[in-house]
Design a protein around this ligand. Structure first.
Ligand code: HAM
Length: 450
């Protein structure tokens, strides 16, 4: 006997079962509609790309490149990686397909899976889905604001409450080097108080220290120079315009001087959208009581932030990858995180394809005829359920009842021989008999009337 092997999804990856497909589909539909309205073209890039594409653009010192890429060598000797994000592939496609020569800006959107070898936890997966909007070929701050607005509206349309946009400007090639110098000057004398990662960041990319969540670093970061105070005139007026557009759109935002993002290609605007979530501290309170420590006040709540979306401007990415000097901006949303929120906020997502008709059959001839009847219904775009594996009429009628359909069609042996079919109204219990060739038309009319 061969040993039984239990296969599971790889760690941090998950199946999307039929019950969850409705969420993905609903999100896709809302994104699709918004993308069409704002005239974005859909693009699909390969799941695998040249590893260098990501290390060059996302940055060799970032966590994504240092620790999180799934990289493989092909039989031909190419070094490829599962895409950890989508913006670099978009810039690559823009260059490869000569999109700089068509009417600007080029507006693109995508919806697909991404891969990061991260420590799996709630809302953090090794394969996750993202949808994103990218605009290449326009430097005006209206684009930054419009991307935030489109994403914000999509989240609102999906009935996500308590959204807040964190926004910052991290400057450009002109002003950022000076700001980084100031940061280094500030952190260097405090190096011994920083965490191990921040000591490394001080050498590799000092900006990333601002992103550190370690408590001991937090206190030092709070006193650090803030980029907004050191922007050049161009970056300052750009940021001012983005903020003014957001004010005009009445989108709530929070100027976050420590927002730097985990990818190196950003210039000027960076943003993240959070859900401000109230979380009971029940577990913590219980532990504290057990330890005999002072009990926290009952019902105390904590505002906990979760990044649902992130993005910003990336004016140097196309040229960094060998293209022309093309300004660009974009933003992406994590679909799993969004679904988790939709579920916890108890937003109702309707399966719009709920069927109203069930076809029950009895006997071989009826089963044969049922196949043809179903095909006719499909041609007429009427969804009909069945239970071909069940031969008992009682079981089939029970199933129809549990499914909550409006009509059950019953094709017994006698009806099949006489080319007739029974329509049972599940609400009133009334039954009528019609010729099989009239069944689709009759049901169509009944559904129209209801
Ligand atoms: P990102 O912030 O790395 O940006 O990812 C965008 C969103 O994807 C996050 O806010 C989060 O919701 C989701 N996400 C990221 N990692 C995971 C994970 N391991 N598990 C579940 N969800 C995750 C980017 O990827 C940029 N390419 C966005 C962008 C587009 N910038 C300009 N254009």
């Amino acid at each position: 006997m061969p040993k039984q092997i239990k296969f599971q999804t790889p760690k941090g990856m998950h199946d999307i079962l039929p019950a969850d497909q409705v969420y993905y589909q609903k999100i896709y539909d809302v994104v699709f509609e918004a993308a069409n309205f704002y005239n974005f073209g859909k693009i699909d890039t390969p799941i695998l790309e040249d590893t260098d594409l990501f290390s060059r653009s996302v940055g060799v010192a970032t966590d994504i490149i240092k620790k999180e890429m799934y990289t493989l060598k092909t039989k031909g000797g190419d070094c490829l990686s599962l895409r950890p994000e989508g913006t670099a592939p978009i810039a690559r496609a823009y260059i490869q397909h000569g999109m700089a020569n068509i009417s600007q800006p080029v507006k693109l959107w995508y919806f697909g899976p991404f891969f990061r070898y991260e420590k799996p936890q709630a809302g953090r997966y090794r394969q996750f889905w993202q949808f994103s909007f990218e605009v290449l070929g326009e430097k005006d701050g209206v684009i930054d604001a419009q991307i935030i607005q489109i994403i914000y509206d999509i989240l609102q349309e999906l009935k996500v409450r308590d959204l807040i946009v964190d926004i910052n400007s991290i400057g450009c090639d002109q002003c950022r080097p000076y700001y980084k110098k100031l940061l280094t000057r500030y952190f260097k004398p405090r190096e011994s108080y920083l965490c191990r990662d921040c000591k490394r960041r001080l050498k590799e990319n000092v900006l990333r220290i601002l992103d550190c969540k370690e408590e001991k670093c937090q206190a030092i970061i709070e006193e650090a120079p803030q980029s907004l105070n050191y922007l050049c005139d161009d970056c300052r007026s750009h940021f001012k315009s983005v903020i003014e557009f957001l004010d005009e759109l009445e989108i709530p935002y929070n100027l976050n001087p420590y927002l730097v993002r985990g990818l190196d290609y950003y210039t000027k605007t960076v943003f993240e959208i959070f859900l401000q979530e109230k979380e009971e501290k029940g577990g913590l309170e219980k532990k504290e009581v057990e330890k005999g420590e002072e009990r926290k006040e009952e019902g105390e709540e904590e505002r906990k932030k979760k990044a649902l979306a992130g993005g910003g401007r990336y004016d140097k990415l196309v040229s960094l990858l060998g293209g022309k000097d093309i300004p660009a901006a974009g933003g992406g949303v994590g679909v799993e995180r969004l679904i988790e929120i939709i579920k916890t906020q108890d937003v109702k997502i309707q399966d719009k394809e709920k069927s109203q008709v069930f076809l029950a059959q009895l006997g071989q001839l009826a089963k044969r005829k049922s196949l043809k009847i179903l095909r006719e219904f499909r041609k007429n775009k009427i969804k009909v359920l069945e239970a071909f594996g069940k031969d008992s009429l009682k079981v089939q009628l029970n199933r129809a009842h549990n499914l909550g359909v409006k009509y059950t069609l019953i094709l017994g042996q006698k009806e099949a021989l006489e080319n007739e079919i029974i329509i049972r109204d599940m609400e009133t219990g009334k039954q009528e008999i019609v010729k099989i060739e009239k069944i689709v038309e009759t049901i169509k009319n009944k559904l129209k009337k209801k």
